[in-house]
Design a protein around this ligand. Sequence first.
Ligand code: SF4
Ligand code: SF4
Length: 350
Amino acid sequence: MNEINSNHQIRFENGEFVQQDTKPSAPISMPDCGPHFHEVLNSHKLNLHHEHPNELQINLGKLCNLACHHCHVDAGPKRTEIMTWETMQKILSWAKKANIERADLTGGAPELNPHFREFCDELIKLGIQITSRCNITVLYESGQEDLAEWYAERKIRLVCSLPCYTEDNVDAQRGKGVFDKSIAGLQKLNALGYGKNSELSLDLVYNPGGAFLPPPQMSLEEDYRKMLGDNFDITFSSLLAITNIPINRFAHALKRNGELEDYQHLLVSNFNAGTVEQLMCRFLINLDWEGRVYDCDFNQMLEIPMSGGAQTYLWDLEINGVAGQSIATNRHCFGCTAGAGSSCGGILAD
Ligand code: SF4
Ligand code: SF4
């Protein structure tokens, strides 16, 4: 693996890419109390290693039209970190050689990257199945008027965040007016066949509005189906219940409210050894907007390089050397193993 040594970055400002001197990273935040994750794994005689990866989870940048309270990316309208086309081309070439089967595109709002659509089309040409993490409201951003139809034509799987089925809870977490736009966006997607036609998968994502664990995913899905169906005639494929990981914006909010220690204790006391085999970090490689590799999106935000080693670009990584490499963990990992567990695909155990 080659170590990274760059003193400038390409950032996206006022609609164009500009070169800037490297800025110091924003301060990061995570729990500093309770046992370490590896101590608890050891006590259960468990360890955490990569399998041979067939999926890339690609963070296309931190620019987002929203700035949600729980966002682990600290994404928002003023962020300038955006993946360039040059980086995308390097990823495409590596993915082809490595026979990658799936790409999970995230951000920020991945669609706001000016090369998003071209990148998706190139991934599709390689036979790579795409999941896009869409905040729904982006459908109403300027220049995105045809986005829903564009997605449907390509049968891209959509995973859409909707942290509750009530207006008050969604707007409290994501901003005023977000619920109404989300409902209108889901109705538009339904009208195109999303959530109805088996080839147009539309999953919704729930995450708690505060310092508590998600309710059971199955019963919550029934509640979502009833409330969204009865009130708005909305259907969807599945509901994914995700635990808030106590880092960055969510950790700051917990700290401000004096809840960080209690929340960490809640996560640790609900440790479920049965989730470890399914942790998402075992099966994918996560990339940041500059193409550097991490064990997962949370570690990326905490600037913990893949396997705790030196910062490495994807194109310097040997795919056959990944299986068996250890995964870098810290106290935030308890967010993935509490209760039924949590991942970008929802719960990990019954
Ligand atoms: S929509 Fe997603 S990426 Fe954007 S601020 Fe909200 S949680 Fe973060
Ligand atoms: S935070 Fe990341 S590394 Fe830690 S358990 Fe969760 S997915 Fe794995």
